[in-house]
Ligand binder design. Sequence first.
Ligand SMILES: O=C(O)CCC(=O)C(=O)O
Ligand SMILES: [Fe+2]
Length: 304
Amino acid sequence: MSLTLLEKVRNVPRPTREAMLQRDASVHRFWNENKKVFEEAWTEWELKGGHGQIRLDDSLYAPKLRHAIEQSWENPHQEVLVKDIWTEVFPNVYKAQFFDPEKLYILREYMRRVSDAEIPLRPPYGIVLNRGGAMLDPRSEGYLAAPTFQSFYRNLMNQYMRPISRVLFPDVYGFDSQTFGFSIAWQAGKDTTLRPHTDASSVTLNINLNLPDEKYSGSAVRFIDPISRRVESLTFDPGTALIHHGNVGHASEPITEGERHNFVLWLYGEGGQVPHQYAPRHEHVTAHQRWTKPSVEPDKFAPF
Ligand SMILES: O=C(O)CCC(=O)C(=O)O
Ligand SMILES: [Fe+2]
């Protein structure tokens, strides 16, 4: 009897944690040589109902945000509706209810099925390896290629994240054509912390995915203001998001009990460009220009 595609990919020997952390050449080879077959496996998984027919649609978003976003796409002069949803909780760090906490179980159930699929998925290993996470963007090796997920992710990046970023941080305009993202799970006794760092993004959106009854202890994200050196630890309620420039320093404090789940999403310009002091300024960007999708194609650059 011949093995199905899914059986085959489930049996492929995977790179070890050590090899991944050392960025061994064999690890890149593993993901690159298997790229097509893993993408096909995710499609097969979905065709066979591995995702349980779960639909990831706009009903997942917090109703107020969704409404403001829809209104602004219809008429960009209403973008103040989007801006007003966000509160500055630290210099240049904004917070809002992003997903509807009552609907989050749908996304989490989808992600649980993804991990049950046993199709190799590349965990993020930017600074540390996060074993509970997965790369989400097609530019990344071993990304989550399931078609339903990809259409949800594209919508999240293009319809929601980019215009929100432009409204809150005018300087990211022109440095936001490229998308990148990963999921993470902080787990007590396993992957617990991340040292202070900045992100190689123009803007980072960090969305919490914990369910309303899913408690954890510790695991605040500590922010460091580059100008005043003020430091503050911020926490997330289920479905809330923080958004900030990549250059605001931050660190994940130790989780001591339970788990914290999130999506970390980045935008930057072609070839990894981010706004900087000498970058051309886009002074006269109109509301209509902010509510567009850049025509630039995704490039192949992946920060990690
Ligand atoms: O703990 C968090 O939510 C922040 C994670 C983070 O900063 C990163 O992955 O770059
Ligand atoms: Fe970060």
